[in-house]
Design a protein around this ligand. Structure first.
Ligand SMILES: *[C@@H]1O[C@H](CO)[C@@H](O)[C@H](O)[C@H]1NC(C)=O
Ligand SMILES: *[C@@H]1O[C@H](CO)[C@@H](O)[C@H](O)[C@H]1NC(C)=O
Ligand SMILES: *[C@@H]1O[C@H](CO)[C@@H](O)[C@H](O)[C@H]1NC(C)=O
Length: 551
């Protein structure tokens, strides 16, 4: 066995290295030139660049607001100002024709060296591109990247988190969306979510359209966007977490409304090769329509209520280029994907119908991010400052007037569909100082739902997707979740075990005190007394500010 290094195409040979050494003295003058050039560049950044910026801003009053409100202060070499008219629009986002090819890079986290690593992995992309003809994402390779691939081919135990390929010459891979165990862990089930953009040689194109730098492209597969609980906790929350992981969350000033310096650009990914997965958005046209409606109703939570762009799937996007012969490639400087293990239930269990769902806790330590996510969504919908905090209403006579909100008929499913009329009546009778209100939330706009929840003291609902509104209560308040103590289901058969849906997520929400109440005995006098006493207990904690901030 020889110990010679494997010959790598493109790897600099010893000769080249030594000839460089020999030439070293001659490099002095080059260094001087280089320093000169660098100084010029730095000077240019401080003088020319701001000047240039002010000219552009002054001249750009014909641009729409999102065209220029969001200049980042980045001085990266790739930073491109929209200092000219857009060459078209992609989902209403201006696009700019660029010569040459972008160079793509990736940075992935979550590796576990197992065959299922793709479900755990999340990646951030630099220059994530979309082929509008094939409706598929693409990355553009560089020679340096290709050289890394050669090392990875030779070294089984080498792992590079910023390479497009893995050590056995497969591509990196990730899961486009949350996984539903009912799809089965097979190629035509959960396996359909395994994904990575295709890799193309950068010589393969000579031009492309660039999106503005403030766009963060987020392709995702929706697990079941027609249900608000699944939408917020299996799509939006993992997307929020993904952005947080890569320091891509726009810095929020919770005391002030306003534009952030990035725009999220989510796009619902439609799987290729056959109809959609069970209960997902592309199963049937009716389901697709339900998803579209629900997603448009709730989208503001993720992207802001004055979002200027269009939210579409990877198939029904709008693409207008001023030059009809322009390229079919659109690229974003920044993209992210890979959310399966970031959903509220993770990749090894589901929401709580089955006994096994209780064996794994998935949301340890997420209370802080759930509260930050709550504030992020409310800020996106226009709530700022004190509106995000609990501010008790105080009567003229000085008594605190708590709002107790009942979510009526929160589910279409028969045994979860309660109107709480009796409980509302009892609460009014025994807690006369409180303001007791009942709503059928699905009949209210998102803005109204948030307005109702944002300063309630107690929120009473049945568990399930409709309970999502509960998470908008302010910190220090209480949520009462009625659940079916014998409603468990496995393989479409009743197991008569408790079905505390989304227990794992709710029990991680430390900004709320979450209580689970059995629903089978809800009409018994004993349970009615229990309800009243628990409410009194919770309100007294709030009045005495027992769990208020200590600083
Ligand atoms: C290597 O690639 C194959 C598919 O080509 C894959 O099944 C396997 O998990 C990969 N091995 C590692 C260690 O990633
Ligand atoms: C985009 O996809 C189409 C269809 O697969 C293909 O013919 C075309 O070459 C692709 N465009 C580029 C620039 O690769
Ligand atoms: C709520 O909307 C449903 C239809 O989704 C309707 O049948 C019901 O009457 C409405 N309820 C109220 C209280 O408005």
């Amino acid at each position: 066995m020889s110990l010679q290094p494997p010959q790598q195409p493109g790897f600099p040979s010893r000769d080249v290295l030594s000839s460089k050494q020999r030439r070293a003295p001659m490099r002095k003058t080059r260094v001087v030139t280089l320093v000169g050039v660098l100084t010029l560049v730095v000077v240019a950044q401080f003088i020319v660049f701001p000047f240039f910026l002010s000219v552009v801003v002054n001249q750009s009053n014909q641009l729409t607001l999102p065209d220029y409100t969001s200049f980042s202060s980045s001085s990266s070499a790739q930073f491109k100002l929209p200092n000219r008219k857009a060459d078209g629009f992609f989902n209403k986002v201006p696009i700019y024709l660029e010569k040459g090819s972008p160079t793509s890079h990736v940075h992935c986290v979550g590796e576990n060296y197992q065959p299922n690593a793709w479900k755990q992995r999340s990646c951030r992309f630099h220059n994530l591109c979309f082929n509008t003809t094939s409706q598929e994402f693409a990355l553009f390779d560089s020679p340096r990247e290709q050289r890394l691939a050669q090392y990875l081919r030779q070294r089984e135990f080498l792992h590079i988190s910023s390479a497009l390929r893995r050590n056995n010459m497969t591509l990196q891979s990730l899961s486009l969306g949350g996984t539903n165990l009912k799809w089965g862990d097979k190629e035509n089930g959960i396996g359909r979510l395994k994904w990575f953009p295709s890799i193309q040689d950068s010589n393969s194109i000579d031009s492309y359209y660039a999106l503005p730098e403030w766009i963060i492209w987020i392709p995702f597969h929706s697990m079941n966007g027609a249900n608000p609980g699944h939408l917020v906790w299996d799509d939006f929350f993992p997307i929020y977490t993904l952005l947080d992981m890569f320091q891509l969350l726009p810095p929020l000033d919770l005391d002030a409304p306003g534009f952030s310096n990035t725009f999220l650009f989510p796009m619902r990914y439609v799987l290729k090769g056959g109809k959609g997965l069970w209960a997902s958005c592309d199963l049937r046209p009716e389901k697709t329509e339900l998803c579209r409606k629900m997603m448009n109703k709730f989208l503001g939570l993720l992207v802001g209520k004055h979002y200027p762009y269009q939210f579409t799937t990877t198939q029904d996007f709008s693409f207008h280029k001023h030059n009809a012969n322009g390229p079919d490639i659109v690229c974003a400087r920044t993209g992210v994907a890979g959310i399966a293990s970031l959903t509220d239930h993770g990749i090894n269990k589901m929401h709580g119908w089955e006994e096994e769902d209780y064996l794994i806790t998935h949301n340890h330590g997420r209370g802080g991010s759930l509260y930050a996510f709550r504030n992020f969504m409310m800020h996106n919908m226009g709530f700022i400052g004190k509106e995000l905090l609990l501010h008790h209403r105080v009567d003229a006579d000085g008594y605190i007037r708590h709002r107790i909100v009942f979510s009526q008929k929160s589910s279409d499913i028969y045994n979860r569909n309660l109107d709480f009329e009796r409980q509302i009546q009892i609460t009014r009778e025994f807690l006369p100082a409180a303001q007791v209100e009942g709503y059928v939330f699905r009949n209210h706009s998102l803005q109204e739902q948030l307005a109702i929840a944002h300063d309630a003291s107690i929120f009473v609902t049945l568990c399930g997707g409709g309970a999502v509104t509960a998470m908008f209560l302010p910190a220090g308040t209480s949520v009462f979740l009625y659940y079916s103590e014998r409603g468990g289901v496995k393989n479409n058969k009743m197991t008569y075990k408790p079905a505390m849906l989304d227990w794992d997520l709710f029990n991680a929400m430390s900004h709320l005190r979450v209580h689970w109440l059995p629903r089978d005995t809800i009409r018994e006098e004993y349970d009615e007394r229990l309800l009243v006493d628990l409410m009194r207990h919770e309100l007294s904690l709030m009045d005495a500010e027992v769990f208020a901030k200590t600083y």
